[in-house]
Design a protein around this ligand. Structure first.
Ligand SMILES: Nc1ncnc2c1ncn2[C@@H]1O[C@H](COP(=O)(O)OP(=O)(O)OP(=O)(O)O)[C@@H](O)[C@H]1O
Ligand SMILES: [Mg+2]
Length: 335
């Protein structure tokens, strides 16, 4: 069986900053780790998502693509590779174009959570600053872009306590990020992230990770802002598995699975949750969470249980293989 790890072109070309350099470095390390694991079982190559990708995949007779593509541009950028592969009839890991589209746009995903009675912070959104006047808002609120990741657009000044600051912040964000901008109820409480693996009814939850902000300097808010992620990483404490009463743990797991299924996630995803008054509120679902060994949340969760890093990568591939009923054709035995 032949597996191709497919990644984006370097981000540095369109994002010539530290963020771009960092993203490309992490991408390189992720490919290296994945290749080490996959090469033990499969014929494994890595390719870049460019205009020639489909021709290359067909020429190389690739059976399965391991999708690592966040896309470069556009508000459906995570959906682009899955859409191209569906068109070409080539099996791939992780969610469908629709699943990624729904998860990546927090307005759509949160509307679906509300519909499915999954607790999520109350929210509204505005495309023009005048729209704020007609809103009846309870402060504090957290202002955030609807379709970014890695806390881009979630800064220390995103937590807002009055209307004047809100107008100023939304005005600024409307010039930087894709409108509309979300205004969400601020949930004060413990923060968790939950890894879910599998498909349909056959889902498993990895050890829950708690992000503990208690060691941050006083002047910082209790949020996982861009500043905290990138400048105070060493002051952020991670507990895996999170210390939770059995019943609370079960409740978080149940809600995470419900959010995963509601968005039609496939193979693996990571769900961010805040707990207030024993209710787990879903902030978002990450449909293509990072897989960098020893660094990304999901790999830390896998390393905290018997699955381990290589077990996680193989499990993702096995989940995809099972979905496509590729077992017989490929003479590959799954457990
Ligand atoms: N409604 C909310 N109430 C409280 N905190 C929030 C809320 N929304 C976001 N946050 C804080 O901001 C952080 C980042 O938010 P979110 O997960 O939506 O953004 P992201 O950039 O997509 O994250 P990721 O890095 O997981 O891709 C959260 O981890 C949380 O600490
Ligand atoms: Mg998040």
């Amino acid at each position: 069986m032949k597996v191709a790890i497919v990644t984006d072109k370097p981000r540095f070309k369109v994002l010539p900053t530290d963020e771009g350099i960092m993203e490309d470095k992490q991408k390189g390390k992720t490919i290296k780790g994945l290749k080490e694991v996959l090469s033990k079982k499969f014929n494994c190559i890595d390719l870049v998502f460019d205009d020639n990708l489909i021709t290359r995949l067909k020429k190389e007779k690739v059976d399965l693509v391991f999708n690592l593509c966040n896309g470069i541009n556009g508000d459906a950028r995570l959906s682009q590779l899955p859409a191209a592969l569906e068109y070409a009839g080539i099996p791939y890991t992780s969610s469908s174009p629709l699943g990624h589209g729904l998860a990546y746009n927090k307005i759509y995903s949160c509307k679906l959570f509300q519909e499915a009675k999954i607790p999520t912070p109350k929210f509204t959104y505005v495309s023009r600053i005048e729209e704020i006047e007609n809103l009846n808002i309870d402060f504090p609120v957290l202002v955030k872009p609807k379709d970014e990741g890695s806390s881009r657009g979630i800064h220390e000044d995103s937590l807002i306590f009055n209307e004047d600051d809100l107008i100023q912040k939304v005005e600024k964000d409307l010039t930087t990020y894709n409108p509309p901008i979300m205004i969400t109820e601020y949930i004060e409480g413990r923060e968790f992230t939950v890894g879910v693996l599998g498909n349909g009814e056959n889902l498993t939850v990895l050890p829950i990770l708690e992000v503990d902000f208690s060691n941050l300097p006083e002047h910082l808010n209790n949020i996982y802002s861009f500043e905290v992620k990138f400048h105070y990483g060493d002051r952020t404490i991670f507990h895996i598995p999170a210390k939770l009463k059995r019943e609370t743990k079960k409740r978080i797991e149940r809600i995470a699975i419900k959010a995963y299924s509601t968005l039609g996630m496939r193979d693996y995803a990571r769900i961010d949750i805040r707990l207030r008054d024993r209710i787990p509120y879903v902030l978002e679902v990450n449909s293509l969470p990072g897989l960098m060994k020893g660094h990304s949340d999901l790999t830390k969760m896998a390393e905290a249980c018997k699955l381990g890093y290589s077990g996680l990568i193989m499990k993702i591939v096995k989940n995809a293989i099972n979905r496509y009923y590729l077992n017989d054709k490929l003479n590959y035995k799954t457990v």
